[in-house]
Design a protein around this ligand. Structure first.
Ligand SMILES: [Zn+2]
Length: 200
C-alpha cells in the first residue's frame, strides 16, 4: 500500500473505533506495515483516534526500533514495540489495533478467555480469545515471547486481551483488524450481559 492508502485505511479504522466507543479520548493505538521497508505507520503518542486524518495527521512512520523515519515529526505511540514485534513475527498480518475496550476488559478481569458466545464469533474466530497477564500500562519487551507464542500455537488467532488494559487484534488491513476488534468487544459485551442476566 502507498502512504496515502495506509493513512486512509488507518483513519477509517480509527474513526470507526472512536465512533463506536470502543476507544475513547486519547487512548489506544494501531500500526500498519510499510511493505518491503521493515517500517510501519503508527499513531502519534497522545493523539486521539477522533482527530486522525487520511492526509496523515495523527500518524507517524517509524522503523521497527520505534525511530521516526526521515522527515517525520512527533513521537510514536508508547506501544510501538508491541506493534513492531507482531509485524515482524506475523508476515501475513498487515495491521494491528489496540483498544481499551470496556467489555473485553471487564470480562477479562475474572476470566482467562472470552468464550465464543455467538454463532457469528464462532464462525469468524474458531477459538476463544485468550487473556494474558501483563502487569504494566505498556507491554514490555519481556512479555513479547509469550504473546508471539499465542499466534504460533494458533495461526488463525484474531487477537487477545491484556488483563486490566485492553484488547489487541490483527488483520490484513487496519479496517480488517478493527472489525475483528469490534467482534471481540461485541462477543465480550454479550457474554457479560448473559452472565449478569443468569445471576438474577
Ligand atoms: Zn493500551
Amino acid at each position: 500500500m502507498k502512504y496515502s492508502e495506509i493513512y486512509q485505511d488507518m483513519t477509517l479504522a480509527a474513526h470507526r473505533a472512536y465512533t463506536r466507543g470502543i476507544q475513547t479520548g486519547s487512548g489506544g493505538n494501531m500500526a500498519s506495515r510499510i511493505a518491503g521497508a521493515d517500517a510501519m505507520v503508527v499513531k502519534n503518542s497522545g493523539g486521539s483516534f477522533g482527530d486522525c486524518t487520511a492526509e496523515g495527521k495523527g500518524w507517524i512512520a517509524t522503523d521497527y526500533n520505534g525511530k521516526p523515519l526521515e522527515g517525520e515529526n512527533g513521537k510514536p505511540t508508547r506501544e510501538w514495540l508491541l506493534h513492531a514485534t507482531l509485524l515482524k513475527a506475523l508476515p501475513e498480518v498487515g495491521a494491528i489495533v489496540h483498544f481499551h475496550s470496556p467489555y473485553a476488559i471487564a470480562w477479562a478481569e475474572e476470566h482467562n478467555e472470552i468464550p465464543l458466545t455467538t454463532w457469528h464469533s464462532g464462525l469468524k474466530f474458531g477459538c476463544p480469545i485468550p487473556v494474558v497477564d501483563v502487569p504494566s500500562a505498556v507491554v514490555p519487551a519481556q512479555a513479547m515471547d509469550d504473546i508471539v507464542k499465542l499466534f504460533e500455537e494458533n495461526p488463525a488467532l484474531p487477537g487477545f486481551v491484556l488483563r486490566g488494559h485492553g484488547l489487541v487484534a490483527v488483520g490484513k488491513t487496519a479496517v480488517a483488524a478493527e472489525h475483528a476488534a469490534e467482534l471481540i468487544e461485541e462477543t465480550a459485551q454479550i457474554t457479560v450481559l448473559e452472565h449478569l442476566l443468569k445471576k438474577e
